[in-house]
Design a protein around this ligand. Structure first.
Ligand code: FAD
Ligand code: ZN
Length: 461
């Protein structure tokens, strides 16, 4: 069938307001957070129910029409970025949040629901949603699951994958696979949801999900710590896991270049004095304020005695805690202060982290003397974020900087994507983190689920 008729076929099958064309689409849908190469898609589809997603995909499949699923468009790798000949399918109108099942501790949600609204619904029922990322006010649960999003509290609650119990998905040919399981244990054959979690819209469109919720914590302990270096941080991490158990909720490490950069920004101040080898934002949650505070302070004193800490600022109030997090969250200001920077979201085995940073430091300084290099990350999850900026060059060396970092990732058995996914941006680097056999199996799965290749072409593989 000629793909020219696909729009007419969609218009016949669906109510008029489900399809937008041309200027009606709105520039928001032309790209994602990367702002890469904005393109107006052929049409924007706005389903209101799973059956409508099914109709849309059935028709697109019949016409061989490529489709780009879109959520909140906060993705950082161009996963939701459309091409001019593609149709964008936005889940934004499918944003219903169902009742919390208090006995099992689950919530069933439509894929277009904004993460922050899901978090609030969980809190209102005295639970906590394990997923939390900086883009919470704009990203959607479907996007979070499609990218297997991480965030600041992965060390306690895991990634999106660890928080999903059931999924409803529409396949490329329009078939609906409803697997809204609510049970922790269900080994009845393959656990199909895992195929779609982290598949970045290439294997199916997620329409609904069941999330596991967690009991609310009654106390939060937070400290900003100065350490002599990475070895000390790794010892602190081991001991924190052992002594705080599942209560360890954030282990955010900032290298001195990052710390000094952000504490020079307007409105960001340092509660610590002097220069140190490494800075750590440590947070723990528990159920008994007095006991938790005592245990946390004992841990810090022990580390001071062992020489693992050089200075410590303990949050005494919610304001202190916000101030400490503000320092870490100052990355949100980077687009203003370093508009042409190269940014990386990579992982390294913990025992290779120091070598990785030393290699990148050495090569970056040799190639671009005096360039800005900032390192920070969720160390507890192996995740390192890197920012490199060569002042005055308007990003001219972006490709060489990418080669430098991803060469190092490949050589040290790291991951080219820790939490943001592959999308369009990292596609050519996938082979540095995955073997030929792994990539061949990914292609086999893709062909089995989407034989015509209409779902998010040019992404991931
Ligand atoms: P989109 O950007 O719209 O889409 C992302 C991908 O998912 C695309 O490939 C798209 O095709 C696919 N997709 C979207 N919805 C569906 C669906 N229903 N079915 C199938 N496929 C779908 N990420 C982290 O992991 N951790 C962080 O800490 C983090 N912090 C961030 C902070 C900021 C300020 C910003 C801007 C981004 C951050 N991100 C982070 C990245 C981003 O927010 C996540 O990748 C998020 O999960 C994307 O959700 P979204 O709804 O915006 O998806
Ligand atoms: Zn991150």
């Amino acid at each position: 069938m000629s793909s020219g008729n696909v729009i007419a076929a969609l218009q016949v099958a669906l109510p008029a307001d489900r399809i937008r064309l041309g200027a009606e689409i709105g520039e928001r849908h032309h790209t994602d957070w990367t702002r890469m190469d904005p393109q107006c898609p052929r049409a924007l589809l706005l389903p209101r129910a799973t059956e409508e997603v099914s109709t849309m995909l059935r028709i697109c499949h019949a016409y061989g029409q490529p489709v780009v699923p879109q959520g909140g468009l906060t993705g950082l790798v161009g996963g939701a970025h459309p091409q001019a000949q593609e149709v964008a399918l936005s889940l934004e109108r499918m944003n219903a949040i169902g009742e919390v099942d208090c006995s099992g501790g689950t919530i069933t949600v439509e894929a277009g629901a904004i993460l922050e609204n899901v978090q609030q619904a969980a809190l209102a029922a005295d639970f906590v949603c394990g997923l939390d990322i900086g883009a919470r006010g704009s990203c959607t649960l479907g996007g979070n699951i499609a990218t297997n999003a991480g965030g600041n509290h992965v060390v306690r609650y895991g990634m999106a994958r660890d928080n999903v119990l059931g999924l409803e998905v529409v396949l490329a040919d329009g078939s609906i696979v409803s697997s809204l399981n609510k049970m922790i244990k269900n080994n009845s054959g393959y656990d199909l949801k895992h195929l779609f979690i982290g598949s970045e819209g290439t294997l199916g469109v997620i329409t609904r999900a069941v999330l596991k919720l967690h009991p609310q914590s009654r106390s939060t302990q937070c400290a900003l710590l100065a350490l002599p270096g990475l070895d000390a941080a790794l010892q602190v991490l081991r001991q924190a896991k052992a002594h705080l158990g599942g209560g360890l909720s954030a282990f955010e490490v900032m290298w001195p270049s990052f710390y000094h950069f952000v504490t020079r920004l307007p409105g960001v101040d340092s509660p610590l004095s002097g220069d140190h080898g490494l800075y750590l934002l440590l947070e723990a949650q528990g159920s008994d304020e007095a006991q938790d505070a005592e245990r946390f302070e004992q841990l810090l004193s022990g580390w001071l005695e062992q020489g693992l800490l050089e200075d410590a600022a303990l949050a005494q109030s919610v304001e202190d805690r916000k101030r400490f997090w503000h320092l870490r969250d100052a990355v949100a200001e980077f687009p203003v202060f370093l508009p042409k920077r190269s940014t990386f979201d990579v992982s390294f085995p913990l025992d290779g982290m120091a070598q990785a940073i030393a290699q990148i430091e050495h090569k970056a300084e040799a190639n671009w003397p005096g360039c800005t290099r900032l390192y920070f990350g969720h160390l507890g999850d192996n995740n390192l974020h890197i920012v490199i900026d060569v002042p005055g060059t308007q990003g001219a060396y972006a490709e060489s900087i990418e080669e430098l970092v991803y060469d190092c990732v490949g050589a040290l058995q790291g991951a080219v994507s820790a939490e943001h996914g592959i999308g369009r941006k990292k596609r050519q680097h996938l082979g540095r983190s995955r073997s030929l056999e792994e990539i061949t199996l990914m292609h086999t799965l893709k062909r089995a689920l989407d034989p015509l290749g209409i779902l998010n072409p040019g992404k991931v593989l």
